[in-house]
Design a protein. Sequence first.
Length: 116
Amino acid sequence: MEVAIEGVKGANGSLIVGLFSTADDFLKKPVASIRHPANEGTVRVVLSGIPSGDYAISVLHDLNSNEKMDTNFVGIPKEGFGFSNDAMGFMGPPHFKRCIFHWAGRDSVVIRMHYF
């Protein structure tokens, strides 16, 4: 599965891509993941051996390599993030059902990054 991550700001840190197959595991236990160096613009990564099915993707631009989303004192993210279907949450990440897409083994998935 090719994932095209658009709108990456800067080449500091890395991008952490997680692929999830259930609501219970969403943002906790990916079925596949990859860490890739960040680059300005669009970054393409490949998750190998993914069978057809329904999935959700999250991407974190981990600027300081601590493997978690850093936030300011009121909880606003200090690092970039993106989800499949360009889903956004209210006061937190989106629900799994808003991020689900069907993967049939053909097209690439596009994730657009968001920064505050």
